[in-house]
Write a protein that binds this ligand. Structure first.
Ligand code: PMP
Length: 430
Protein backbone atom coordinates (compact mmCIF):
# COMPACT_ATOMS: atom_id res chain seq x y z
CA UNK A 1 0.00 0.00 0.00
CA UNK A 2 1.44 3.35 -0.86
CA UNK A 3 1.33 6.07 1.74
CA UNK A 4 -1.11 8.94 1.31
CA UNK A 5 0.56 11.51 -0.86
CA UNK A 6 0.57 15.26 -1.03
CA UNK A 7 -1.87 15.07 -3.88
CA UNK A 8 -4.61 13.62 -1.66
CA UNK A 9 -4.29 16.66 0.56
CA UNK A 10 -4.12 19.11 -2.28
CA UNK A 11 -7.04 17.40 -4.05
CA UNK A 12 -9.06 17.85 -0.88
CA UNK A 13 -8.06 21.49 -0.64
CA UNK A 14 -8.99 21.95 -4.27
CA UNK A 15 -12.42 20.48 -3.69
CA UNK A 16 -13.68 23.84 -2.60
CA UNK A 17 -12.29 25.35 -5.73
CA UNK A 18 -13.81 25.40 -9.20
CA UNK A 19 -10.51 25.29 -11.11
CA UNK A 20 -10.70 21.71 -12.38
CA UNK A 21 -14.16 22.26 -13.83
CA UNK A 22 -13.02 25.35 -15.66
CA UNK A 23 -9.80 23.69 -16.85
CA UNK A 24 -11.18 20.29 -17.83
CA UNK A 25 -14.89 20.54 -18.55
CA UNK A 26 -16.31 21.71 -21.86
CA UNK A 27 -17.32 25.34 -22.19
CA UNK A 28 -20.81 24.05 -22.94
CA UNK A 29 -21.46 23.88 -19.17
CA UNK A 30 -24.16 26.38 -18.27
CA UNK A 31 -25.94 26.43 -14.89
CA UNK A 32 -22.65 26.31 -13.00
CA UNK A 33 -21.69 29.62 -14.60
CA UNK A 34 -24.53 31.35 -12.79
CA UNK A 35 -23.93 29.48 -9.52
CA UNK A 36 -20.14 29.21 -9.39
CA UNK A 37 -19.81 27.26 -6.17
CA UNK A 38 -19.44 23.57 -5.33
CA UNK A 39 -22.65 22.09 -3.94
CA UNK A 40 -22.14 19.30 -1.46
CA UNK A 41 -25.41 18.31 0.17
CA UNK A 42 -29.10 19.00 -0.05
CA UNK A 43 -32.36 18.31 1.72
CA UNK A 44 -35.83 19.42 0.69
CA UNK A 45 -35.63 22.92 -0.76
CA UNK A 46 -32.15 23.69 0.60
CA UNK A 47 -28.75 23.02 -0.97
CA UNK A 48 -25.50 23.54 0.93
CA UNK A 49 -22.13 24.25 -0.67
CA UNK A 50 -18.68 23.13 0.48
CA UNK A 51 -18.30 26.35 2.48
CA UNK A 52 -21.41 25.56 4.48
CA UNK A 53 -23.44 28.27 2.76
CA UNK A 54 -27.12 27.43 2.33
CA UNK A 55 -29.18 28.23 -0.73
CA UNK A 56 -32.93 28.02 -1.15
CA UNK A 57 -33.33 25.97 -4.30
CA UNK A 58 -36.17 27.38 -6.40
CA UNK A 59 -34.86 25.61 -9.49
CA UNK A 60 -35.38 22.01 -8.35
CA UNK A 61 -33.25 20.37 -11.01
CA UNK A 62 -35.28 22.05 -13.77
CA UNK A 63 -38.27 20.07 -12.53
CA UNK A 64 -36.45 16.80 -11.77
CA UNK A 65 -36.79 17.35 -8.02
CA UNK A 66 -40.49 18.04 -7.54
CA UNK A 67 -40.40 16.26 -4.17
CA UNK A 68 -37.28 18.13 -3.07
CA UNK A 69 -33.75 16.86 -2.56
CA UNK A 70 -33.27 13.53 -0.81
CA UNK A 71 -36.86 13.03 0.26
CA UNK A 72 -36.47 10.61 3.21
CA UNK A 73 -39.16 8.17 2.06
CA UNK A 74 -37.71 7.90 -1.44
CA UNK A 75 -34.16 7.71 -0.14
CA UNK A 76 -35.09 4.90 2.25
CA UNK A 77 -36.72 2.92 -0.57
CA UNK A 78 -33.53 3.29 -2.60
CA UNK A 79 -31.09 2.40 0.17
CA UNK A 80 -33.17 -0.66 1.14
CA UNK A 81 -33.17 -1.77 -2.48
CA UNK A 82 -29.42 -1.24 -2.82
CA UNK A 83 -28.72 -3.12 0.42
CA UNK A 84 -29.78 -6.39 -1.30
CA UNK A 85 -28.29 -7.80 -4.49
CA UNK A 86 -31.28 -6.46 -6.39
CA UNK A 87 -31.24 -5.87 -10.14
CA UNK A 88 -29.77 -2.47 -10.96
CA UNK A 89 -29.52 -2.59 -14.73
CA UNK A 90 -32.16 -4.61 -16.47
CA UNK A 91 -32.35 -3.65 -20.17
CA UNK A 92 -36.09 -4.22 -20.61
CA UNK A 93 -36.23 -7.54 -18.77
CA UNK A 94 -39.01 -8.15 -16.26
CA UNK A 95 -38.08 -7.35 -12.64
CA UNK A 96 -40.11 -6.93 -9.44
CA UNK A 97 -39.09 -3.25 -9.37
CA UNK A 98 -40.48 -2.64 -12.83
CA UNK A 99 -43.63 -4.64 -12.08
CA UNK A 100 -44.26 -2.65 -8.89
CA UNK A 101 -43.79 0.59 -10.78
CA UNK A 102 -46.26 -0.32 -13.52
CA UNK A 103 -48.80 -1.49 -10.94
CA UNK A 104 -48.44 1.74 -8.94
CA UNK A 105 -48.68 3.83 -12.12
CA UNK A 106 -51.91 2.05 -13.04
CA UNK A 107 -53.31 2.26 -9.51
CA UNK A 108 -52.50 5.89 -8.67
CA UNK A 109 -52.33 7.60 -12.06
CA UNK A 110 -54.01 5.84 -14.98
CA UNK A 111 -57.00 4.10 -13.38
CA UNK A 112 -58.34 7.01 -11.29
CA UNK A 113 -58.23 9.18 -14.43
CA UNK A 114 -59.87 6.58 -16.64
CA UNK A 115 -56.79 6.56 -18.88
CA UNK A 116 -55.80 3.59 -21.00
CA UNK A 117 -52.30 4.42 -22.22
CA UNK A 118 -49.74 1.87 -23.31
CA UNK A 119 -46.45 2.61 -21.54
CA UNK A 120 -43.17 2.64 -23.43
CA UNK A 121 -39.85 3.07 -21.65
CA UNK A 122 -37.68 5.09 -24.00
CA UNK A 123 -34.15 6.02 -22.95
CA UNK A 124 -34.01 7.74 -19.56
CA UNK A 125 -34.24 11.43 -20.55
CA UNK A 126 -36.91 13.85 -21.66
CA UNK A 127 -35.54 14.09 -25.16
CA UNK A 128 -35.64 10.26 -25.44
CA UNK A 129 -39.34 10.43 -24.66
CA UNK A 130 -39.92 13.15 -27.26
CA UNK A 131 -37.95 11.33 -29.99
CA UNK A 132 -40.01 8.23 -29.27
CA UNK A 133 -43.27 10.20 -29.48
CA UNK A 134 -42.30 11.67 -32.85
CA UNK A 135 -41.38 8.25 -34.25
CA UNK A 136 -44.63 6.71 -33.01
CA UNK A 137 -46.67 9.51 -34.61
CA UNK A 138 -44.84 9.19 -37.94
CA UNK A 139 -45.11 5.43 -37.97
CA UNK A 140 -48.81 5.38 -37.10
CA UNK A 141 -49.86 8.05 -39.62
CA UNK A 142 -47.34 7.45 -42.41
CA UNK A 143 -46.77 11.23 -42.48
CA UNK A 144 -43.50 12.95 -41.68
CA UNK A 145 -44.15 16.58 -40.72
CA UNK A 146 -44.68 17.65 -37.10
CA UNK A 147 -46.21 20.96 -36.05
CA UNK A 148 -44.71 22.57 -32.98
CA UNK A 149 -45.14 26.03 -31.49
CA UNK A 150 -43.26 29.28 -31.24
CA UNK A 151 -40.92 29.23 -28.23
CA UNK A 152 -41.35 25.49 -27.76
CA UNK A 153 -38.60 23.46 -26.10
CA UNK A 154 -38.50 19.70 -26.51
CA UNK A 155 -34.87 18.67 -26.06
CA UNK A 156 -31.43 18.58 -27.61
CA UNK A 157 -31.34 15.57 -29.96
CA UNK A 158 -32.05 16.21 -33.63
CA UNK A 159 -35.73 15.24 -33.74
CA UNK A 160 -36.51 17.20 -30.59
CA UNK A 161 -34.45 20.16 -31.78
CA UNK A 162 -36.42 20.21 -35.03
CA UNK A 163 -39.55 20.97 -32.99
CA UNK A 164 -37.78 23.43 -30.65
CA UNK A 165 -38.00 27.18 -31.30
CA UNK A 166 -34.82 28.66 -29.84
CA UNK A 167 -32.52 29.68 -32.72
CA UNK A 168 -29.27 29.37 -30.72
CA UNK A 169 -30.12 25.81 -29.73
CA UNK A 170 -31.23 24.95 -33.28
CA UNK A 171 -28.00 26.27 -34.75
CA UNK A 172 -26.10 23.98 -32.38
CA UNK A 173 -27.43 21.05 -34.43
CA UNK A 174 -24.98 21.88 -37.22
CA UNK A 175 -27.30 20.30 -39.76
CA UNK A 176 -30.63 21.27 -41.29
CA UNK A 177 -33.58 20.33 -39.07
CA UNK A 178 -36.27 18.74 -41.16
CA UNK A 179 -39.96 17.94 -41.19
CA UNK A 180 -41.26 20.45 -38.72
CA UNK A 181 -43.41 23.55 -38.95
CA UNK A 182 -43.70 26.17 -36.21
CA UNK A 183 -47.14 27.64 -35.51
CA UNK A 184 -48.13 30.49 -33.17
CA UNK A 185 -48.59 29.46 -29.52
CA UNK A 186 -51.56 30.78 -27.54
CA UNK A 187 -51.67 34.59 -27.59
CA UNK A 188 -48.60 34.93 -29.82
CA UNK A 189 -50.29 37.87 -31.57
CA UNK A 190 -51.71 39.35 -28.35
CA UNK A 191 -55.19 38.20 -29.27
CA UNK A 192 -55.18 40.14 -32.56
CA UNK A 193 -55.26 37.05 -34.79
CA UNK A 194 -57.78 34.31 -34.62
CA UNK A 195 -56.28 31.18 -33.05
CA UNK A 196 -55.38 28.34 -35.41
CA UNK A 197 -56.65 30.35 -38.39
CA UNK A 198 -53.52 29.57 -40.38
CA UNK A 199 -53.32 25.89 -39.49
CA UNK A 200 -56.99 25.39 -40.21
CA UNK A 201 -56.73 27.01 -43.64
CA UNK A 202 -53.54 25.33 -44.84
CA UNK A 203 -54.56 21.87 -43.67
CA UNK A 204 -57.88 22.14 -45.50
CA UNK A 205 -56.39 23.65 -48.69
CA UNK A 206 -54.81 21.05 -50.98
CA UNK A 207 -53.09 23.90 -52.82
CA UNK A 208 -51.47 25.42 -49.70
CA UNK A 209 -48.17 23.60 -50.20
CA UNK A 210 -48.31 22.57 -46.53
CA UNK A 211 -48.49 18.84 -45.91
CA UNK A 212 -50.85 17.46 -43.31
CA UNK A 213 -48.61 16.64 -40.34
CA UNK A 214 -48.34 13.41 -38.40
CA UNK A 215 -48.79 15.26 -35.12
CA UNK A 216 -48.84 18.49 -33.21
CA UNK A 217 -46.57 18.63 -30.15
CA UNK A 218 -47.35 21.12 -27.40
CA UNK A 219 -46.33 22.10 -23.86
CA UNK A 220 -49.21 23.42 -21.76
CA UNK A 221 -46.73 25.78 -20.08
CA UNK A 222 -43.52 26.61 -21.95
CA UNK A 223 -40.96 25.98 -19.22
CA UNK A 224 -37.91 27.05 -21.21
CA UNK A 225 -39.63 29.30 -23.74
CA UNK A 226 -40.71 32.09 -21.37
CA UNK A 227 -43.40 30.53 -19.12
CA UNK A 228 -46.17 31.16 -21.64
CA UNK A 229 -49.18 29.25 -20.42
CA UNK A 230 -51.82 28.04 -22.85
CA UNK A 231 -55.44 28.65 -21.87
CA UNK A 232 -57.60 25.59 -21.33
CA UNK A 233 -59.94 26.65 -24.15
CA UNK A 234 -56.97 27.04 -26.51
CA UNK A 235 -55.81 23.51 -25.72
CA UNK A 236 -59.33 22.18 -26.26
CA UNK A 237 -59.59 24.00 -29.59
CA UNK A 238 -56.20 22.55 -30.58
CA UNK A 239 -57.43 19.08 -29.75
CA UNK A 240 -60.64 19.64 -31.77
CA UNK A 241 -58.62 20.81 -34.75
CA UNK A 242 -56.31 17.78 -34.54
CA UNK A 243 -59.29 15.41 -34.31
CA UNK A 244 -60.99 16.96 -37.32
CA UNK A 245 -57.91 16.43 -39.49
CA UNK A 246 -56.85 13.12 -37.89
CA UNK A 247 -53.59 14.66 -36.73
CA UNK A 248 -52.20 13.19 -33.50
CA UNK A 249 -51.86 15.38 -30.42
CA UNK A 250 -48.68 14.98 -28.35
CA UNK A 251 -48.39 16.72 -24.98
CA UNK A 252 -44.80 17.13 -23.82
CA UNK A 253 -45.28 17.01 -20.05
CA UNK A 254 -41.59 16.50 -19.30
CA UNK A 255 -41.35 19.75 -17.32
CA UNK A 256 -44.96 20.68 -16.48
CA UNK A 257 -46.02 17.14 -15.52
CA UNK A 258 -45.65 15.13 -12.30
CA UNK A 259 -47.70 17.60 -10.27
CA UNK A 260 -45.96 20.85 -11.23
CA UNK A 261 -49.17 22.68 -12.14
CA UNK A 262 -51.29 21.19 -9.35
CA UNK A 263 -52.36 18.15 -11.40
CA UNK A 264 -50.36 15.00 -12.13
CA UNK A 265 -50.64 15.76 -15.86
CA UNK A 266 -50.61 19.45 -16.69
CA UNK A 267 -53.30 18.93 -19.36
CA UNK A 268 -55.88 17.49 -16.93
CA UNK A 269 -57.12 20.98 -16.06
CA UNK A 270 -58.04 21.54 -19.73
CA UNK A 271 -59.75 18.16 -19.81
CA UNK A 272 -58.07 17.06 -23.02
CA UNK A 273 -57.13 13.55 -24.03
CA UNK A 274 -53.77 13.56 -25.86
CA UNK A 275 -52.84 10.65 -28.11
CA UNK A 276 -49.25 10.61 -26.83
CA UNK A 277 -47.74 11.99 -23.60
CA UNK A 278 -44.06 12.53 -22.78
CA UNK A 279 -42.97 12.31 -19.13
CA UNK A 280 -39.57 12.32 -17.46
CA UNK A 281 -37.81 14.68 -15.00
CA UNK A 282 -39.66 14.03 -11.69
CA UNK A 283 -40.99 10.58 -12.48
CA UNK A 284 -38.33 8.89 -10.33
CA UNK A 285 -38.82 11.55 -7.66
CA UNK A 286 -35.25 11.47 -6.44
CA UNK A 287 -33.57 12.83 -9.54
CA UNK A 288 -32.67 9.44 -10.99
CA UNK A 289 -33.06 9.24 -14.78
CA UNK A 290 -36.38 7.78 -15.93
CA UNK A 291 -38.75 8.58 -18.78
CA UNK A 292 -42.00 7.28 -20.22
CA UNK A 293 -43.84 7.74 -23.47
CA UNK A 294 -47.55 7.05 -23.10
CA UNK A 295 -49.55 6.25 -26.20
CA UNK A 296 -53.09 5.23 -27.06
CA UNK A 297 -52.98 1.42 -27.46
CA UNK A 298 -53.79 1.52 -31.18
CA UNK A 299 -50.62 3.59 -31.78
CA UNK A 300 -48.39 0.85 -30.42
CA UNK A 301 -47.38 -0.38 -33.84
CA UNK A 302 -43.71 -1.14 -33.25
CA UNK A 303 -41.96 -4.32 -34.26
CA UNK A 304 -40.37 -5.87 -31.15
CA UNK A 305 -36.99 -4.16 -30.67
CA UNK A 306 -37.61 -1.59 -33.39
CA UNK A 307 -36.96 1.24 -30.92
CA UNK A 308 -34.36 -0.01 -28.46
CA UNK A 309 -31.86 1.30 -25.93
CA UNK A 310 -29.52 0.09 -23.18
CA UNK A 311 -30.86 2.27 -20.38
CA UNK A 312 -34.58 1.58 -20.48
CA UNK A 313 -34.69 -0.38 -17.27
CA UNK A 314 -32.86 1.47 -14.53
CA UNK A 315 -34.41 -0.37 -11.61
CA UNK A 316 -33.36 2.01 -8.80
CA UNK A 317 -35.41 4.68 -10.62
CA UNK A 318 -38.43 2.35 -10.75
CA UNK A 319 -38.07 1.84 -7.01
CA UNK A 320 -38.03 5.53 -6.11
CA UNK A 321 -40.75 6.26 -8.67
CA UNK A 322 -43.00 3.67 -7.03
CA UNK A 323 -42.26 5.14 -3.61
CA UNK A 324 -43.11 8.62 -4.93
CA UNK A 325 -46.41 7.46 -6.43
CA UNK A 326 -47.39 5.72 -3.17
CA UNK A 327 -46.30 8.65 -1.01
CA UNK A 328 -47.78 11.57 -2.96
CA UNK A 329 -50.43 10.30 -5.35
CA UNK A 330 -52.58 7.88 -3.35
CA UNK A 331 -54.99 10.68 -2.34
CA UNK A 332 -55.64 14.40 -2.97
CA UNK A 333 -53.70 15.85 -0.05
CA UNK A 334 -50.51 16.54 -1.96
CA UNK A 335 -52.21 18.33 -4.88
CA UNK A 336 -54.16 20.37 -2.32
CA UNK A 337 -50.88 21.58 -0.82
CA UNK A 338 -49.41 22.26 -4.27
CA UNK A 339 -52.43 24.39 -5.16
CA UNK A 340 -52.13 26.36 -1.90
CA UNK A 341 -48.45 27.01 -2.52
CA UNK A 342 -49.21 27.92 -6.16
CA UNK A 343 -51.70 30.57 -5.02
CA UNK A 344 -49.13 31.92 -2.55
CA UNK A 345 -46.47 32.05 -5.28
CA UNK A 346 -48.79 33.83 -7.68
CA UNK A 347 -49.79 36.44 -5.07
CA UNK A 348 -46.14 37.06 -4.20
CA UNK A 349 -45.01 37.37 -7.81
CA UNK A 350 -47.93 39.62 -8.75
CA UNK A 351 -47.10 41.89 -5.82
CA UNK A 352 -43.47 42.14 -6.87
CA UNK A 353 -44.45 42.75 -10.52
CA UNK A 354 -46.99 45.43 -9.54
CA UNK A 355 -44.27 47.52 -7.91
CA UNK A 356 -42.25 47.57 -11.16
CA UNK A 357 -42.92 49.02 -14.58
CA UNK A 358 -42.95 46.61 -17.51
CA UNK A 359 -43.16 43.52 -15.32
CA UNK A 360 -45.88 40.87 -15.56
CA UNK A 361 -46.67 37.53 -13.95
CA UNK A 362 -46.18 34.48 -16.17
CA UNK A 363 -46.82 30.76 -15.78
CA UNK A 364 -49.06 28.34 -13.93
CA UNK A 365 -48.91 26.41 -10.67
CA UNK A 366 -45.40 26.16 -9.22
CA UNK A 367 -43.89 26.90 -12.63
CA UNK A 368 -44.16 30.67 -12.60
CA UNK A 369 -42.19 33.87 -12.79
CA UNK A 370 -42.04 37.49 -13.90
CA UNK A 371 -41.54 38.75 -17.45
CA UNK A 372 -39.56 41.99 -17.76
CA UNK A 373 -39.76 44.33 -20.76
CA UNK A 374 -36.17 45.32 -19.96
CA UNK A 375 -34.51 42.25 -21.48
CA UNK A 376 -31.45 42.45 -19.22
CA UNK A 377 -33.29 42.67 -15.96
CA UNK A 378 -34.14 39.01 -15.32
CA UNK A 379 -30.52 37.85 -15.53
CA UNK A 380 -29.45 40.60 -13.14
CA UNK A 381 -32.18 39.54 -10.73
CA UNK A 382 -31.15 35.87 -10.92
CA UNK A 383 -27.54 36.88 -10.16
CA UNK A 384 -28.62 39.12 -7.26
CA UNK A 385 -30.80 36.28 -5.93
CA UNK A 386 -27.82 33.92 -5.97
CA UNK A 387 -25.77 36.43 -3.96
CA UNK A 388 -28.62 36.47 -1.44
CA UNK A 389 -28.84 32.67 -1.22
CA UNK A 390 -31.68 31.91 -3.65
CA UNK A 391 -31.29 29.75 -6.77
CA UNK A 392 -33.57 30.84 -9.62
CA UNK A 393 -33.04 30.62 -13.35
CA UNK A 394 -34.26 32.64 -16.30
CA UNK A 395 -36.45 31.54 -19.18
CA UNK A 396 -37.49 32.86 -22.59
CA UNK A 397 -35.73 33.56 -25.90
CA UNK A 398 -33.86 36.53 -24.40
CA UNK A 399 -33.70 35.13 -20.84
CA UNK A 400 -36.16 37.90 -20.06
CA UNK A 401 -38.26 35.99 -17.53
CA UNK A 402 -37.23 35.21 -13.94
CA UNK A 403 -38.40 31.66 -13.39
CA UNK A 404 -39.36 30.14 -10.05
CA UNK A 405 -39.71 26.41 -9.76
CA UNK A 406 -39.49 25.44 -6.09
CA UNK A 407 -39.92 21.82 -5.05
CA UNK A 408 -43.63 21.02 -4.76
CA UNK A 409 -42.93 20.10 -1.13
CA UNK A 410 -41.73 23.63 -0.32
CA UNK A 411 -43.21 24.93 2.96
CA UNK A 412 -45.22 28.15 3.16
CA UNK A 413 -42.37 29.68 5.20
CA UNK A 414 -39.69 28.71 2.71
CA UNK A 415 -41.78 30.08 -0.13
CA UNK A 416 -42.33 33.35 1.74
CA UNK A 417 -38.59 33.60 2.43
CA UNK A 418 -37.72 32.95 -1.22
CA UNK A 419 -40.20 35.60 -2.34
CA UNK A 420 -38.68 38.10 0.10
CA UNK A 421 -35.20 37.43 -1.28
CA UNK A 422 -36.53 37.78 -4.82
CA UNK A 423 -38.25 41.08 -3.98
CA UNK A 424 -34.99 42.35 -2.51
CA UNK A 425 -33.07 41.25 -5.64
CA UNK A 426 -35.65 43.00 -7.82
CA UNK A 427 -35.29 46.24 -5.84
CA UNK A 428 -31.49 46.00 -5.89
CA UNK A 429 -31.42 45.75 -9.68
CA UNK A 430 -33.92 48.55 -10.37
N1 PMP B 1 -39.28 18.67 -23.02
C1 PMP B 1 -39.41 19.69 -22.17
C2 PMP B 1 -40.73 20.39 -22.09
C3 PMP B 1 -38.35 20.07 -21.34
O1 PMP B 1 -38.50 21.10 -20.50
C4 PMP B 1 -37.12 19.37 -21.41
C5 PMP B 1 -35.94 19.72 -20.53
N2 PMP B 1 -35.87 21.00 -20.06
C6 PMP B 1 -37.02 18.32 -22.33
C7 PMP B 1 -38.12 17.98 -23.11
C8 PMP B 1 -35.75 17.54 -22.49
O2 PMP B 1 -35.49 16.78 -21.36
P1 PMP B 1 -34.00 16.23 -21.10
O3 PMP B 1 -33.16 17.42 -20.76
O4 PMP B 1 -34.14 15.27 -19.97
O5 PMP B 1 -33.58 15.57 -22.37
Amino acid sequence: MSAPTMSATSDAAAEADTAVFERRESVVRSYCRNWPTVFESARGAVQTDVHGREYLDFFAGAGALNYGHNHPVLKRALTEYLAEDSIIHGMDTYTPAKRDFLLAFERHILNPRGMDYTVQFPGPTGTNSVETALKIARKATGRSDIVSFTNAFHGMTLGSLAVTGNSMKREGAGTPLYHSTSAPYDDYFDGSTEDFHWLERVWADSGSGVELPAAVIVETVQGEGGLNSARAEWLRALQDLCRRFEVLLIVDDVQAGCGRTGWFFSFEEANIDPDIVCLSKSLSGLGLPLALTLMKPELDQWEPGEHNGTFRGFNPAFVTATAALNEFWSDDRFVGDVRDRSAQLRRGLEEIAAAETGATYRGRGLLAGIHFEDLERAEKIAAASYERGLLVETSGPDSEVVKLMPPLTVTADELARGLEILADAVRATA
